[in-house]
Design a protein around this ligand. Structure first.
Ligand SMILES: [Ca+2]
Ligand SMILES: [Ca+2]
Length: 130
């Protein structure tokens, strides 16, 4: 995933979260971004959000953080992400992917061809795409 695609995705989430308005720090969605609020006005603008995103090298994301992401996507706790789970993730991120594109994405990540994305496959995909 290129930096640009990543940003676009995050921007979509950001805009969805609060209709494009700065996020109120009190809101649940913004709590984890408290440290982003550089000018301490208790609001997080897209600029502050973007800066914080760019400051974080995707390769520095820890395995623990990735595990959290993986678990939150793996709704049925099977330890693998099936097509429905990936589809839900895309929908929640505001991405509209066709079934075909979804299959492509899963095929790219699915190295052992069991039709699902295991945790190791997820990790490989993450570290190879940045
Ligand atoms: Ca699953
Ligand atoms: Ca697999």
């Amino acid at each position: 995933m290129s930096t640009q695609t990543f940003l676009e995705k995050c921007r979509a989430i950001f805009q969805q979260a609060n209709g494009g308005q700065p996020l109120t720090v009190g809101s649940l969605a913004a709590e984890m971004f408290l440290e982003i609020d550089k000018n301490q006005d208790r609001l997080i603008s897209w600029e502050e959000f973007e800066k914080a995103l760019l400051a974080k090298d995707p390769k520095e994301v820890t395995r623990a953080e990735l595990e959290e992401v993986f678990k939150s996507v793996d709704k049925d706790g099977s330890g693998k992400l099936n097509k429905n789970e990936v589809k839900r993730l895309c929908q929640e991120s505001g991405l509209k992917l066709s079934d075909e594109r979804l299959d492509e994405l899963i095929n790219e990540a699915d190295h052992n061809n069991d039709g699902e994305i295991g945790y190791e496959e997820f990790l490989q995909t993450w570290f190879n795409s940045s």
